[in-house]
Design a protein around this ligand. Structure first.
Ligand SMILES: [Zn+2]
Length: 484
């Protein structure tokens, strides 16, 4: 039954903009646990108060729209969207309706198998956030700190065909918005929120089925799981001869199901009309050019460039391009290293990130310059320390103390032993202590010989705390075994 149907999915994503103040008043835009402290007559909807457009919010919104390849409209109009809810003091939300500031964009997602898909963006509009209702057993509380916080709503075309694509779209969107500094992209705290519209239709049909909206998708995992559940539910309804009802459903992550929340409102229910208190929003060419110039390199551009310039694995470039700080940390480190940049990527992505995770730190918390990573690998290439010592002794110490690799090597006495006579002395001692292994080398087959060599390398490393030069140690062991 399942393969007779295909899903059609569109996502509506709300992103809070990282401004200092709210969209139409001077109240602070910050997340706080103390309720109703960031409020004023404007965001409380007192009669006679007048909204003023926050220029920074418009700048960030335009930045986002440019990064998402949208057409920016020089003139757009703020409209009132009417509905009643206790956390909406004005009884309308200021939004944009018929004339949004941006339309016709796209972003490219990359699937696991490497295939790319373009997901079109229908429109992006600016609006203000509502407050928050907190429901307790016998009463509800309203917190209006969030009322009036600037948002953009990004509406995709229904180009998404399965739950995995929906998750990839959302992740890519988050990565871009965070990279350009427009939003902090935190789904758990609600600064990025996603609603999905999903319908199914017989495969190959070009008609759209009845769509259902799903809310409460506050993690990437839930987006994928909720859609998977909902698509299967709709297939089941249709294949049993039933009909899909147009409605809004909530995702229950505990039970992993979606359930009816309310029948879906039509746009006419909101009685949109242009807000008479606000003039049309005008974006002139000079300002638009300034914003364009401030955009800088985007994640996909960075990725392509580092693959070309630094010859690192595309999968590594992909991980780097998901965090701007990490991305340019890598590039700085690679510039200060004389060898292959892939070694820098390896050290950062597996070893450094591993240490940071253990220390419960982020790349942003590092106090030492990225060039230290390059210098650390230069010490390995100059045979001053082994790679093992670099990873296990020096790098963790760099994270803790922010000292340079040279300082740490000196301080902890980690320099490699490259002096032939000292290593020979240790090898001879190891032979004396382990006559059986020497005999094994002398009388055994090739496999046994190799095993004995490995054993003595281990003994020397143990005696020198890993500081003996591995290549030299191996050569000397073979030479001395043949002389015994
Ligand atoms: Zn206010």
């Amino acid at each position: 039954m399942k393969d007779k149907y295909e899903a059609v999915i569109g996502l509506e994503v709300h992103a809070q903009l990282k401004t200092k103040t709210k969209m139409f008043c001077g109240c602070k835009n910050e997340f706080t646990n103390e309720p109703n402290i960031n409020v004023c007559p404007v965001c409380l909807g007192h009669p006679g108060s007048l909204p003023v457009i926050n220029k920074k919010a418009v700048e960030l919104a335009v930045k986002a729209a440019l990064a998402l390849n949208c057409k920016i409209h020089k003139k757009s109009v703020f409209a009132r969207k009417h509905y009643f809810y206790p956390d909406l003091p004005k009884n309308y939300q200021i939004s944009q309706y018929e004339e949004p500031f941006a339309t016709d964009g796209y972003l490219i997602i990359e699937k696991k198998d490497g295939t790319k898909k373009k997901i079109r963006i229908r429109r992006i509009h600016m609006e203000e956030d509502a407050g928050k209702s907190i429901h307790e057993e016998h009463f509800s509380k309203v917190d209006l700190n969030r009322a009036g916080v600037p948002l953009i709503e990004i509406v995709s075309e229904p180009d998404i065909s399965d739950p995995e694509e929906a998750r990839l779209y959302m992740q890519k969107l988050r990565d871009i918005l965070v990279w350009i500094g427009v939003s902090d992209g935190n789904l758990e705290e609600g600064s990025l929120r996603c609603d999905a519209n999903v319908s199914i239709r017989p495969k190959g049909s070009d008609k759209l089925g009845t769509k259902v909206e799903i809310k409460n998708l506050n993690s990437f995992k839930f987006i994928e799981k909720a859609l998977r559940y909902e698509i299967n539910r709709q297939i089941e309804v249709l294949s049993q001869g039933g009909k899909i009802t147009q409605e809004t459903r909530l995702y229950d992550s505990q039970k992993d199901i979606t359930k009816t929340m309310r029948s879906k409102e039509e746009a006419e229910d909101y009685r949109y009309f242009p807000d008479p208190d606000l003039p049309p929003l005008l974006i002139d060419d000079t300002w638009l050019e300034e914003i364009k110039a401030s955009l800088g390199e985007l994640p996909d551009e960075f990725k392509e460039r580092v693959i070309k310039d630094y010859k690192i694995k595309p999968s590594d470039a992909d991980i780097l391009s998901r965090n701007k700080t990490l991305a340019y940390f890598f590039e700085e480190a690679a510039k200060s290293y004389k060898g292959e940049a892939q070694k820098v990527a390896n050290l950062i992505l597996s070893d450094l990130l591993g240490i940071l995770k253990e220390e419960k730190m982020k790349i942003e918390d590092l106090k030492f310059p990225a060039s230290y990573i390059g210098e650390l690998l230069n010490l390995v290439d100059k045979n001053i320390i082994s790679l093992k010592v670099a990873k296990e002794e020096v790098l963790p110490e760099m994270v803790k103390t922010s000292e340079s690799p040279q300082t740490i090597v000196e301080k902890k006495g980690l320099k490699q032993i490259t002096d032939v006579s000292s290593i020979e002395k240790i090898i001879k001692q190891a032979f004396e202590n382990n006559p059986k292994a020497v005999k094994q080398y002398k009388t055994g087959d090739e496999r046994k010989k190799q095993k004995a060599i490995q054993f003595f390398i281990g003994q020397v490393m143990k005696a020198t705390k890993g500081k003996a030069n591995p290549k030299l140690t191996r050569e000397l062991i073979i030479k001395l075994l043949n002389e015994v």
